[in-house]
Design a protein around this ligand. Structure first.
Ligand code: DAT
Ligand code: MG
Length: 140
């Protein structure tokens, strides 16, 4: 097992419904520790850049609008196999397919407003952490 870091967003739909604490509890119960955390209101340029990999998908415009509609919490989570552990506790992208006990099963509203983002691989985790955090903001 390897101590890893991953990047996570508590999305606008969840922050609006005052679910930050409940979602952080899910991460902590899964053995994930926030080593950096801040509340921000993403700019359009940030959201378009962050989700650039999806820019040709039909839902891109809606995704960007949802991400900039209101504040989010961005964080770096650390733990054993953090990237996979985070994806597991998040649950499937579409909450209709998410397993019991996962964040998306309990809290997501729809496939778009699905409460959390999490990196999907070591390369994207490193890029996404750098996108939002300077090294001196990460306190392990
Ligand atoms: P994930 O967030 O599980 O990594 P993804 O990377 O495929 O999923 O997509 C990024 C986000 O885009 C996802 O969290 C919500 C939105 N999205 C994906 N597929 C969608 C769809 N078919 N309709 C609407 N929004 C979608
Ligand atoms: Mg993804």
């Amino acid at each position: 097992m390897a101590l890893e870091r991953t990047f996570s967003i508590i999305k606008p739909d969840a922050v609006r419904r005052n679910l930050i604490g409940k979602i952080l509890a899910k991460f902590e119960e899964a053995g994930l520790r926030p080593v950096a955390l801040k509340k921000i209101h993403m700019t359009r340029a940030q959201a378009e850049g962050f989700y650039g990999v999806h820019k040709d998908r039909p839902f891109f415009g809606e995704l960007v609008e949802q991400m900039i509609a209101s504040p989010v919490v961005v964080q770096v989570l650390e733990g054993e196999n953090a990237i996979l552990a985070n994806r597991e506790v998040m649950g499937a992208t579409n909450p209709a397919n998410a397993a019991d006990g996962t964040i998306r099963k309990e809290f997501a509203l729809s496939i778009g407003e699905n409460s959390v983002h999490g990196s999907d691989a070591p390369e994207t985790a490193a890029e996404e952490i750098k996108f939002f955090f300077n090294d001196d903001e990460i306190v392990g």
